[in-house]
Design a protein around this ligand. Structure first.
Ligand code: NIG
Ligand code: FE
Length: 460
């Protein structure tokens, strides 16, 4: 666990100015406390059915930015007599949600493409005509790092306002050395501005840039060379990313190319992720498992062999049902088959301007139950413990258990099954990261509930 603890040092730096505000807190008066407590690793298969629902009368003690204990109120009140109380007002208290797959750094929205798809033009055809990822690349290249920070800031705040406390954020709309570094530096600055925990991923292999495609095979080879020999060393050298990712998909990167890129990234000390079997089956899931990647993501077109590989390996199967919904696809990843085969399934939003422009992670839980046929408990484990495992943070976040980061979310609900039930509604009334109030809930809700006022921050 100590290794995972060290990996968990990404996010808020130790000794940052928030330290002074990390008093001892006692969360009391929740209708249910969902702890997700258990081993500090991904939950597989049948293990996902238990999200650790503790009844009313359970309190959570927090000290020094970490959970001290979740247990009986009477006992914890005696032990932490001086602690500041947070009255949960009969609501649902959960670990802060862990969204392990987003592309939150982009310029303008791409709403025109939604109508184009409705008129029958497929996603990859829009890309072939210079839309899709290419459109976001042209846009991002024309923007400064300051603009990218300013654009992402309110989006990330809205993500936090829905209950998410850890967000993975990918680059991948730059596709030049300079523009990828600009994106990752923007993420680093956002980490300093926001109480959210951000995990940066380098996705220089999100597409083959149009200017390289125009030069055929030679252009493609040159871009691959740039990725491995220039971008990767610069990204790793500046410590700008925790993971590397590749869009492995027929028409984008082949399985063989993805292997070369990910092996180089591993050599450079980065963790591995893979956009795998999203639209067409390619064997990418098997590659992710063979390389020991932290996660294989999407998987709507995963093969039976891919399911077997994920069930038998250590790679988390991260599913993004919002993407398939937004693309208007009738197909979804075989979540039930994956869980029943013994795989560890995580859920994520895929927040991006092309295929999943939602900041609402609980809505993804709705889709997980109604479209992927997971139980509410499986969905919650997928959005907490297994999301954390997909970020190599399973020993640090995703559980309300002793020693874990005090990342919590409070929802206007009394039962965990209400989380996927009130679909599309924003029920989150507060989040805490490292024991510090993270998103400002409405003053009205505050007065009604007696919750403490959110602490001031230079970003709001
Ligand atoms: O995860 N598949 C590749 N990347 C994104 C889409 C990005 C975009 O269309 O801008 C995804 O779906
Ligand atoms: Fe993605």
């Amino acid at each position: 666990m100590s290794g995972e603890r060290r990996a968990g040092s990404v996010g808020r730096p130790e000794g940052d100015p928030l330290d002074a505000r990390r008093s001892t807190l006692l969360f009391v008066g929740a209708a249910q406390v969902v702890t997700c407590a258990g081993p500090a690793r991904a939950r597989r298969g049948g293990e996902m059915r238990d999200c650790g629902v503790a009844p009313a009368g359970t309190a959570v003690a927090v000290d020094g930015g970490r959970v001290t204990e979740a247990g009986s109120l009477a006992e914890l009140e005696a032990r932490f007599a001086d602690a500041e109380r947070v009255d949960c007002g009969g609501r649902l208290l959960t670990p802060g949600l862990v969204d392990s797959h987003t592309h939150a750094i982009f310029g303008r929205p791409r709403h025109a493409e939604q109508e184009m798809r409705a008129m029958g033009l497929p996603y990859m055809e829009i890309a072939a005509r210079g839309g899709g990822i290419h459109a976001s690349v042209r846009d991002l290249r024309g923007r400064t790092e300051d603009e990218l920070v300013a654009l992402a800031l309110p989006r990330l705040r809205r993500i936090a306002a829905h209950g998410t406390t850890t967000v993975e954020v990918k680059s991948g709309y730059g596709l030049t050395l300079e523009d990828e570094l600009k994106t990752l530096r923007a993420i680093r600055r956002l980490q300093a501005l926001l109480p959210l925990r951000l995990v940066p991923t380098w996705l220089g292999a999100h597409e083959i840039p149009q200017e390289a495609r125009a030069r055929g095979d030679a252009g493609r080879r040159e871009y691959l060379r740039l990725l491995v020999h220039e971008m990767l060393p610069a990204v790793a050298g500046e410590g700008l990313a925790r993971f590397a990712d590749v869009f492995c998909e027929p028409g984008v990167y082949t399985v063989a190319e993805s292997r070369v890129l990910l092996e180089a990234a591993r050599e450079a000390g980065l963790g591995l992720k893979l956009h795998a079997d999203e639209l067409q089956t390619s064997g990418a899931a098997e590659l992710a498992v063979a390389l020991g990647a932290a996660s294989a993501d999407h998987l709507a077109a995963v093969s039976d062999d891919g399911v077997r590989a994920l069930a038998g390996g250590g790679t988390v199967a991260t599913l993004l049902p919002g993407t398939m919904l937004f693309l208007g696809s009738a197909r979804q990843a075989p979540a039930r088959t994956l869980v029943d085969a013994g795989a560890a399934v995580a859920l994520a939003s895929d927040f991006n301007p092309g295929t999943s422009p939602t900041v609402n992670f609980p809505l993804v839980l709705t889709l997980a139950v109604s479209q992927l046929r997971l139980t509410a408990a499986e969905a919650v484990v997928g959005a907490t413990v297994n999301g954390a495992a997909a970020l190599a943070l399973a020993g640090d976040v995703g559980q309300l258990a002793p020693g874990f980061r005090a990342d919590l979310a409070l929802f206007d609900a009394e039962d965990v099954r209400e989380l996927p039930y009130w679909y599309g509604d924003r029920r989150c009334r507060g989040t805490w990261v490292d024991g510090v109030a993270c998103h400002p809930y409405e003053a009205a809700a505050h007065h009604a509930s007696g919750l403490p006022l959110p602490t001031a921050s230079p970003t709001r």
